[in-house]
Design a binder for this molecule. Structure first.
Ligand code: GLA
Length: 339
């Protein structure tokens, strides 16, 4: 029988801390169907959770927090875990010291939100240890704050929100979350049975905290300031012409942001009406924009997208923060086009 991820976390806990875990929690990753680099600009996004999860096994420690993971040699992840514990404690929750062992089936730094899955899984563990609970909205905001303050990534809210709200393991329902990142309002969107969603891992890795993500965000914030708007993604269509007056690279970045957020709204309509060809076309437009105007794709990712489209996919795009990671592919279910 293959060793499950939950079991790997348990075994790791036993090996490293010489006792059985008392608390076990987990959280899934997410794939963003469409709407990248718009969450921190107040746009719309359309992510859904994936089957791969991050598992945490833990016990209470009398003296200090201790961490162990399968990611040997890479200790950066502890900043995310320790950050979540620090934020819970500073929110007044009486979290005891914990020994935390982590295992994950998610590609680390692969665009499926391994960081937010880790944050939410650690938060669920700590809340169980404290006998406390936080509603999904507060949990998502707390984990985002932990990532900003302790891991140094100025991320938006999409990943933590999707993972805190979108975990439907029991019913197995295929639903995405349409989130308005300006208002923090969301609703579920069902994925039509005629649509198959695939995820291809390029194997290329890029850590979001090494500067490129922050520099894209700075371009977007700069464009919003220059145009005098709080949420660039919500710049009224009648003002889009003003984007053309901005200097590069703000002009290209802003062009992506306003169009991408609009594409998300159109994609949600396409899913709701079962128009999956339209949905696929929007995914491919999104990729062209992320690769061109936003500059977050790579040659390898572009070649995977082109290969999938040539092989009959109805749409394909890079997903997540970019600079490598995964491609999300839309296909007709069963591989055949309806007649
Ligand atoms: C990362 C961030 C998100 C979002 C995406 C790009 O996953 O954590 O907040 O900005 O990149 O859409």
């Amino acid at each position: 029988m293959p060793e499950t991820c939950a079991r790997r976390a348990r075994v790791l806990h036993e090996e490293r801390f010489s006792c059985e875990p008392a608390i076990e929690s987990s959280a899934p990753g997410r794939v963003n169907l469409i709407g990248d680099h718009v969450d921190y600009a107040g746009g719309f996004v359309l992510p859904m959770t994936v089957a791969q999860r991050t598992h945490v096994a833990a016990t209470v420690d009398l003296n200090q927090d201790r961490f162990a993971s399968e990611w040997r040699g890479d200790e950066r992840w502890t900043r995310y875990a320790a950050g979540v514990l620090a934020e819970l404690r500073s929110a007044g929750i009486d979290v005891p010291f914990l020994r935390i062992a982590v295992a994950s089936d998610l590609p680390i730094g692969g665009g499926l939100s391994s960081s937010a899955a880790l944050e939410i899984a650690v938060a669920r563990t700590a809340l169980a240890a404290a006998g406390a609970s936080i509603a999904p909205r507060g949990l998502a905001l707390l984990c985002q704050r932990a990532e900003h303050l302790h891991a140094g990534t100025p991320c938006g809210i999409m990943d933590q929100w999707c993972i805190a709200h979108g975990d439907h393991p029991a019913d197995g329902a295929r639903t995405a979350i349409l989130l308005d990142c300006a208002k923090l309002e969301w609703r579920s969107i069902a994925i039509p049975a005629t649509l198959e969603i695939g995820i291809i891992d390029s194997g290329q890795r890029h850590a979001l905290h090494d500067g490129d993500y922050a520099s894209r965000r700075a371009d977007v914030d700069g464009a919003a300031n220059a145009l005098g708007v709080g949420h660039l993604a919500r710049l009224p269509r009648g003002r889009w012409i003003e984007i053309e007056q901005l200097d590069e690279p703000m002009r290209s970045r802003a062009r992506h942001v306003v169009r991408e957020s609009e594409r998300v709204e159109l994609a949600a309509v396409a899913l709701s009406t079962g128009d999956i060809d339209r949905f696929g076309a929007l995914l491919s437009e999104s990729h062209a924009s992320l690769s061109g105007d936003f500059g977050v794709s790579t040659n390898l990712i572009d070649s995977i997208v082109a290969r999938e489209l040539a092989a009959g996919a109805i749409g394909a795009r890079i997903t997540g923060g970019g600079f490598g990671g995964c491609v999300v592919v839309a296909r007709h279910a069963g591989g055949s086009r309806p007649t």
